[in-house]
Ligand binder design. Structure first.
Ligand code: PHE
Length: 340
């Protein structure tokens, strides 16, 4: 038999076998007979080598047509008869796949709570620029020209040939100044925002973090109001078994100044790495607004007095969540974030 005759004979077989497919077993039998490496089609294709050169185009063309026919027929039959394996079957009794939901970042959750507590006490929220001038970040806050906080150690300066006085704000006290410049007392504001300090990154500190500051200016505001406000906030923010203490301190923009400590949330006052083995964590700086600061903003210190306070939002978040390394708040590891 010539090749052409063999191809015709095989065509007759294939057409007959295709027409006879009526079950998954028939389908498989067809595949094994014609479609596999040792099947009829490939065997003929291998024999193409022995065909004289001049006949090759015609024989090859015929063979290709036959292969197409077999493949198309096989695919069509397969759509109907292929046995569905268990993985392809739909099990309607399986539980559905839950959609994964995103959640609010722990720092934002903390900020939302802080804002809630203070707004319920009658405070407004004010925001301002991250890039500030020296005057708002330091000068009007009563920092002396040679105060070490202006030093390269703490402050990131903006490299601007025309404005040598621009810095990344080192605290949101700059917003106090902007608020006092724009409003007249009574002023009741909290000022959340991002701040920047040239500090070594460690478990306790970052070079970029968040603060909330508060400012209350009115006639007859006293240190007792400051203490009462901070305690009212702290008791709502933290667990009721936490202990607090006020310590005298120094800030250029407040006089007198104090710092508030809370018993360490990790060791409950026993002493650990986070509280530097003192049992206490500094949570807040505060004080009565310095008369110079009021005067710098056009407020008469003879008529008005006020208090200010400020604290770090990351620090508060750590106390609330028990996260003991501040860097974890910025790793964005969903295994951590999902827990809050
Ligand atoms: N600005 C101070 C700081 O960054 C905090 C503070 C705010 C202290 C207001 C007293 C009054 O540490």
């Amino acid at each position: 038999m010539t090749m052409i005759e063999q191809i015709h004979a095989l065509r007759v077989d294939i057409e007959r076998d295709l027409a006879a497919i009526a079950s998954p077993e028939d389908l498989e039998r067809f595949r094994l007979a014609h479609m596999v490496k040792k099947g009829t089609l490939q065997t003929l294709t291998d024999a193409l080598r022995t065909v004289p050169k001049e006949d090759k185009p015609t024989v090859g063309k015929n063979l290709n047509e036959l292969r197409k026919l077999a493949e198309n027929g096989f695919e069509a039959a397969r759509a109907t008869y292929e046995r569905r394996t268990s993985t392809q079957r739909i099990d309607v009794s399986l539980p559905g796949r839950a959609a994964t939901a995103g959640s609010v970042h722990p720092i934002t959750q903390t900020l939302d709570r802080i804002v809630d507590i203070f707004t319920s006490m009658g405070f407004d929220v004010a925001e301002s620029f991250d890039i500030e001038d020296d005057d708002h970040n330091f000068g009007k806050l009563n920092f002396a020209e040679d105060h070490p906080a202006r030093d390269m150690q703490d402050t990131f300066f903006i490299d601007d040939a025309e404005r040598a006085d621009l810095v990344l704000r080192t605290h949101t006290s700059s917003v106090q100044i902007r608020v006092m410049e724009q409003m007249s007392p009574p002023i009741r504001c909290i000022m959340p925002g991002r701040v920047y300090r040239n500090e070594a990154v460690s478990a306790r500190s970052l070079a970029e973090f968040h603060q909330v500051e508060g400012l209350y200016i009115d006639k007859g505001v006293s240190m007792a109001d400051l203490k009462g406000t901070i305690m009212a906030f702290a008791q709502r923010m933290y667990s009721s078994d936490a202990k607090f203490r006020f310590r005298t301190s120094y800030f250029p923009f407040t006089e007198p100044s104090a710092e508030v400590d809370m018993s360490c949330f990790i060791c409950k006052g026993q002493g650990c790495r986070i509280c530097k083995h003192s049992g206490w964590l500094e949570i807040c700086g505060c004080g009565m607004v310095h008369p110079n600061v009021l005067r710098n903003c056009g407020i008469d210190p003879e008529e008005y007095s006020g208090f200010a306070f400020g604290f770090g939002i990351e620090r508060v978040t750590m106390m609330l969540t028990g996260i003991d390394d501040i860097r974890m708040l910025y790793d964005n590891d969903v295994r951590v974030l999902r827990q809050f």
